[in-house]
Design a protein around this ligand. Structure first.
Ligand code: FAD
Length: 408
């Protein structure tokens, strides 16, 4: 409803129109609430992402939005699993549980999910400011340099790693966490012996913190990640040379570069940010990111939980923060377990069998792999995450859950 003063009144306003937003919107629209999602770009919009979703995320999409149309997939349209690579040419291919998963073209998959949620979207509209008045929230947005105002009962921040919603609630937060840059370069392929059915990841500290490659629409993605502020071009060059020398990969020079900043690390140390008052945060904005940077399945599941918590709170008139924090604990467990050393050694937190793949190696290669992983982790020591991860893992064993007192 638009009031005479031109302010649009809604039950729930979502910032962002990506996967966490689509999942939240689906729950809210289904429960009969009036919802608007703001998206800063024109839809469908580009999204820098490899597009490899986990089996759990794949199931979520089918169950909530229906069968996936071919138009939302890249070639090859599916992925069998992940191959870990170590120095000495040791390779560990790990198939996803229950078969292949789709290779999503985020430009179209996100738009498809948003449309299927039936939410009203205001694209080219950027959320700028939030003022929580207790009984309602006033939101300032901008479209084509024009201010637009909304009055809503609840705001859901589903606006990704560099979230404006988080910045509005916690102006100092940006300075308190570590930022990383990831860049993916696309190359025409001359010759590429890497198996196109797998996502390839290198444990090689010299190449970068995060080094990956896979095929997309007959081109090869070579991606590198490092701390924000560092130039990635020389790490990319080193990776290209490394792949050529050790794997016989021959590529044309990169003809496209896509780079973004990332808030990596929050799920490792159980430092999520869930909001305050009538504003809640979800998806990667809240810190959800699974092992090797798989963020779509936890974005979908945390988004759905955010939507359910808001519906529950509005329909029953109960405290939003307490409901959300209670409900989101299950997704925190899922996500942080993926990084938890105790779960990795003794459990099975991933949907690809790391321990199984390790057991297929010779005793000598197993030793090498463990040494290589430790070497890979060494440069991360500066972030002071190791002790926090071990403490959180032990507390998780003792109590059965991750401590909510660590969340913002
Ligand atoms: C290089 C790279 C590769 C990746 N590969 C994979 C992969 O293979 N598999 C996987 O599962 N995950 C991958 N991820 C992670 C994954 O992309 C994210 O975790 C996931 O998209 C998070 O979803 P989200 O809905 O929380 O946020 P996002 O997908 O980041 O969406 C946020 C949305 O909010 C919009 N927005 C932002 N600010 C505003 C504002 N102020 N006003 C209005 N709208 C706004 C954005 O435009 C965007 O549409 C990758 C990430 C990177 C960077």
């Amino acid at each position: 409803m638009t009031a005479p003063n031109g302010i649009r009144e809604v039950d729930v306003l979502i910032s962002g129109a990506s996967l966490s937003s689509a999942a939240a919107a689906k729950r809210l629209v289904d429960s009969g609430l009036e919802v608007v999602a703001l998206e800063r770009y024109a839809l469908p919009r580009h999204k820098t992402c490899s597009g490899i979703i986990s089996p759990r995320g794949h199931r979520f999409l089918i169950e909530n939005f229906g069968p996936l149309p071919k138009e939302i997939l890249y070639e090859p349209t599916s992925c069998r699993g992940v191959t870990f690579h170590f120095r000495g040419m040791i390779q560990m291919p790990m198939d996803f549980d229950h078969g292949t998963t789709p290779h999503l073209d985020r430009m179209y998959s996100d738009h498809w999910a948003i449309k299927r949620s039936k939410v009203e979207v205001h694209d080219k509209t950027r959320l700028i400011g939030i003022e929580d008045r207790g009984t309602h929230v006033e939101v300032l947005a901008r479209r084509n340099k024009e201010d637009i105002r909304y009055r809503t009962r609840v705001v859901i921040g589903a606006d990704g790693p560099n979230s404006q919603t988080v910045r509005c609630l916690y102006p100092e937060y940006r300075k308190q966490i570590n930022w990383f840059t990831v860049a993916q370069y696309l190359h025409e392929i001359i010759e590429c012996p890497l198996d196109p059915e797998y996502f390839h990841f290198w444990f090689h500290p010299v190449l970068g913190y995060y080094t990956w490659s896979h095929e997309r629409n007959n081109r090869q993605i070579v991606g590198v990640g490092y701390k924000a502020g560092e130039r990635l071009s020389h790490r990319h060059r080193m990776t290209i040379e490394y792949l050529a020398k050790h794997y016989g990969v021959k590529l044309e020079p990169g003809d496209e570069r896509q780079a973004v900043v990332n808030n990596f690390g929050l799920s490792l140390i159980n430092r999520y940010v869930f909001g305050k008052g009538n504003v809640i945060i979800t998806g990667q904005a809240a810190g959800f990111l699974n092992m090797i940077g798989e963020g779509m399945s936890c974005a979908l599941h945390s988004g759905a939980i955010a939507g359910e918590a808001v519906a529950e709170s509005l329909h029953r008139n109960t405290g939003l923060q307490s409901v959300y924090r209670l409900m989101i604990a299950s997704e925190v467990k899922r996500c942080s377990d993926q990084w938890n050393p105790i779960k990795i050694i003794f459990g099975r937190p991933h949907e690809a069998d790391f321990r199984g793949a390790l057991s297929n190696l010779t005793a000598r290669d197993k030793r090498k792999v463990i040494i290589e992983i430790l070497k890979f982790l060494y440069p991360w020591g500066g972030y002071n995450w190791g002790r926090q991860m071990v403490t959180q893992a032990l507390l998780r064993e003792l109590r059965g859950y991750y401590l909510p007192s660590r969340w913002l």
